[in-house]
Design a protein around this ligand. Structure first.
Ligand code: PLP
Length: 426
């Protein structure tokens, strides 16, 4: 029997014809998902032909010319890596590049952290901060069946990531619109009334979107309630060093919790502070009570990571590892990090001064009091709509602006537009 005859005989045995029509599409019932609000805003901005348009939506650093900035220290590290004849493109281990994760753990916890000295930590490389939040969420969904509390408001992706991992998402109040600051009492009340053992997602610095951080005294109260209620802290640290220009200061809340003996998770991102946005470079740090627990936790993180991404990408981790582990490059990074932080702080002051000069109704001191990439202006959705349509200023409808989108060329124009909407739009 020839091969063709064998196929025909199997077909006739199984009642198959050997040809078919296309059938019904699997995708007929897939509804359109809503666009991501921030990415959508970016699309609208790009499509706007107005030469004076201003983009205050996207959370990425821009220099005085409004351009992305590749840190010179990153360029230096890239050259060293590329010219290394020993460089290969083999897979990294599942938990990532060891020199990178070890340095990342020390960066956030501090070299003399009790967790580091007692060897009771895990560092696992992730797909940037988002991946660290996602991996941490997956871990908690398996090993800590409890609701997770996120701040209201928070980074737009927290709810989606935690819910996608199977956690029940609840909220704690964070923003008090009257004082345009922290809703401390409501926050503490909510944590107190949460079921014992809940997971609490906290921004250690440069809270997104409000730019409002608890003071050290306020952190102590938050920690006390978390301890009293046996809650579990999950820090999402996307702006270490970028917020104040000082890495240690921005890690203060995390380090305080570790000193108080807490076990915790920290998601770290190198998108903003080293500007590696598209390289997707991050780390999930876990502090346990014993080294044995750390070994078990690492094994479970590896199991989860293997199922999600197999292994993390190498290039960004190599860059960060080189910068964190080389004294000279580290020193250069400190200077460049401060350049970014200081430019943002200057823009806050200039915006505040311009609004004061214009006599814009309302109080605007929160613009200088807030910290980090974003300012929560207090503008409402109607005012935002007019800013976009009449003034070509793009910002999210909760009134959040990315301070990095401002520069000496556009700040006056923005202040005048803001002044107009505050006076004319309710
Ligand atoms: C609070 C917070 N967490 C996490 C991230 C994640 O950023 P990435 O995934 O680029 O590291 C961001 C970015 O804007 C953020 O603001």
């Amino acid at each position: 029997m020839t091969a063709g005859e064998r196929v025909s005989s199997i077909a006739s045995h199984l009642g198959l014809k050997g040809k078919m029509d296309a059938g019904v599409s699997v995708f007929n019932n897939v509804p359109m998902a809503p666009p991501d609000p921030i990415l959508h805003l970016n699309t609208l901005y790009k499509a706007d032909p107005n030469p004076h348009k201003i983009n205050l939506g996207v959370g990425a650093y821009r220099d005085e010319q409004g351009k992305p900035w590749v840190l010179p220290v990153v360029r230096k590290a890239e050259h060293i890596i590329i010219e290394d004849p020993a460089l290969d493109h083999e897979y990294l281990p599942i938990d990532g590049l060891k020199t990178f994760t070890e340095a990342s753990v020390r960066l956030i916890l501090g070299k003399s952290s009790p967790a580091v000295l007692e060897n009771r930590y895990v560092g696992c490389q992730t797909i940037s901060g988002s991946g660290a939040v996602r991996l941490g969420a997956a871990f908690l969904a398996r090993f800590r069946k409890a609701p997770i509390y996120i701040s209201k408001p928070t980074w737009g992706n927290h709810r989606a990531i935690f819910a996608d991992a199977g956690l029940e998402v609840r909220e704690y109040p964070y923003w008090n619109p009257e004082v345009r600051g922290l809703a401390l009492k409501e926050l503490l009340d909510t944590l107190k009334s949460a079921p014992n053992g809940s997971i609490i997602c906290l921004h250690p610095c440069a809270h997104n979107p409000t730019g409002v951080d608890p003071t050290p005294e306020e952190w102590k109260l938050i920690a006390e309630v978390i301890r009293d209620k046996s809650h579990f802290p999950f820090f999402d640290c996307a702006y270490q060093g970028f917020a104040s220009g000082d890495l240690d200061r921005d890690a203060g809340a995390v380090r305080y919790f570790v000193e108080q003996g807490f076990e915790l998770l920290v998601a770290q991102s190198y998108s903003k502070n080293i500007g590696l946005y598209g390289e997707r470079t991050g780390c999930l740090t876990v502090v346990t009570r014993t080294p044995e627990q750390a070994t078990a936790v690492r094994s479970q993180l590896c199991k989860l990571q293997r199922a999600m991404i197999s292994m993390p990408p190498a290039f960004g981790a190599r860059i960060v590892s080189m910068i964190l582990n080389d004294e000279k490059l580290f020193g250069q990074w400190m200077v460049e990090l401060k350049t970014m932080a200081d430019r943002i702080i200057t823009m806050r002051r200039e915006l505040f001064n311009a609004l004061s000069e214009l006599g814009t109704p309302g109080t605007w001191k929160h613009i200088v009091d807030q910290i980090g990439m974003f300012s929560y202006t207090g503008l409402n959705a109607n005012q935002v709509k007019v800013l976009i349509e009449k003034y070509h200023v793009y910002l999210t409808d909760n009134g959040r602006i990315s301070m990095a989108g401002l520069n000496s060329g556009n700040i006056r124009r923005f202040a005048e537009a803001l002044d107009w909407v505050v006076r004319n739009v309710k």
